[in-house]
Design a binder for this molecule. Structure first.
Ligand SMILES: *Cc1c(COP(=O)(O)O)cnc(C)c1O
Length: 409
């Protein structure tokens, strides 16, 4: 028997052996394909969350499943104690995909598994580069981050979270981070000093509700980092790999970060795959023994990652994100004009909507959507995020947006 939490139930249901660190919506999925999922009772849903953008290519994309299946029959794990035949091809392909988007061309690729690990890797690389190359005094390196950030859940990463729920009770915290308001280049300029090694930002803040910064912000960040010889690290774990209509969100502003963290969709919704990608002269400070991961760059990850990179190489997912995104944003604008939502924002096939908290919470809206066959998830309070697979059909997108307007009435 399965215990299922009722609407609004946050804690572990009575009898469940599952830790209560999530409050999922009351649905138990058993099958999915493309943009559609089914629950254990066979009810169908359109997936408008897509695993927080891990499923950019939909559930069980045939090319990704085939790559994983083939690899299962050959080699699944080598550990980095030995090489394997897909590790260099994966690094080459990802470097090639990212080369136009990062500083210095010909980037290095350091494979990890989860997003948080890629961010931790970026932090370690930036600090070591600060000491080894910039000559920062020992233990003094600082990294500037933005309020409202989401970069993962490790103790170091929550040290610089501004979300009380994510942070409170988990100290003592890792020092060496300064938090400035997101979108404010002047505040950033004031925070930079001789100890600053890096600025770590999401080009668009996904978890915060798809917050797009002012148009001159990222170019100003880039210029500031250049002036001060500080690394610009873009966390593209959620914004990257097609979601915004560009391969990487920073490209929307013509800004090249020094380092990029990638994750989520890089694993095609099949396996966790993440990576730090960027300037060779920075990433090469991580010499043998200084950093690693048992599973990072494993054969299954590389097989699926290569297939993901091939899908993106066609430009097709990015084009769909642009055209379907235009439709999504125009429908949301109509809902805002009709007073159904307070406002919406976003870019590509990615939107945050704010509803009137006096009318209903984001959670209540997601429960109403669930009852109408649409999977979506609230983020802070009265905000919900829409991020369907980029492979969704335009008719299916409308099938998800019609119930949204109904659920808001
Ligand atoms: C999801 C996310 C992470 C963390 O990824 P995990 O795989 O959950 O560790 C980091 N940064 C951003 C921007 C994310 O959206």
């Amino acid at each position: 028997m399965t215990a299922v939490a009722g609407p609004g139930v946050g804690a572990t249901p009575r009898g469940s052996r599952l830790a209560g660190n999530y409050a999922p919506l009351p649905v138990t999925l058993a099958w999915a394909s493309g943009a559609w999922a089914r629950d254990v009772d066979g009810r169908a849903y359109i997936d408008m969350l897509a695993g927080y953008s891990s499923l950019n290519f939909g559930h069980r994309h045939p090319a990704l499943v085939a790559a994983a299946r083939d690899q299962l029959d050959r080699l699944t794990l080598s550990s980095r104690a030995f090489g394997h035949d897909l590790l260099e091809p994966f690094a080459d392909a990802l470097a090639h995909l990212a080369a136009p988007a990062v500083r210095g061309g010909a980037p290095l690729v350091l494979p990890m598994n989860t997003g948080a690990e890629a961010v931790e890797t970026a932090i370690k690389a930036a600090r070591k580069w600060g000491y080894d190359v910039r000559g920062i005094a020992p233990e003094q390196a600082t990294i500037i981050v933005a309020d409202g950030n989401f970069h993962g859940r490790t103790t170091t990463i929550v040290s610089f979270s501004t979300d009380a729920e994510a942070r409170d009770g988990f100290g003592p915290f890792t020092p060496g981070f300064r938090v400035v308001p997101y979108g404010d280049a002047d505040a950033l300029r004031e925070a930079v000093d001789e100890t600053t090694v890096a600025v770590l930002l999401e080009p668009i803040q996904g978890e915060q509700g798809v917050v797009v910064p002012p148009v001159d912000y990222l170019p100003a960040v880039r210029a500031l980092c250049d002036e001060a010889d500080v690394l610009f690290i873009a966390d593209e774990i959620q914004s990257g790999l097609g979601r915004t209509g560009a391969t990487f969100a920073c490209e929307l502003w013509g800004v090249q970060p020094d380092l990029m963290t990638l994750g989520k969709a890089l694993g095609g919704g099949i396996v966790p795959v993440s990576a730090l990608v960027g300037r060779e002269d920075v990433i090469e400070v991580l010499s043998p023994g200084t950093h690693g991961s048992t599973f990072g760059g494993n054969p299954m990850a590389c097989a699926v990652g290569l297939a993901v990179i091939e899908l993106l190489g066609s430009g097709e997912p990015q084009a769909r994100a642009r055209s379907l995104g235009a439709h999504l944003h125009s429908r949301l604008a109509t809902m805002a004009t009709a007073g159904l939502i307070e406002r919406s924002r976003g870019v590509g096939l990615w939107a945050g909507i704010d509803v009137d908290p006096a009318h209903l919470t984001g959670r209540e809206l997601c429960e109403r959507l669930l009852a109408r066959g649409v999977l979506a998830k609230d983020t802070h309070g009265s905000t919900i995020r829409l991020a369907p697979p980029l492979t969704i059909g335009s008719d299916d997108l409308d099938l998800a947006l019609d119930p949204l307007s109904q659920a808001l009435c």
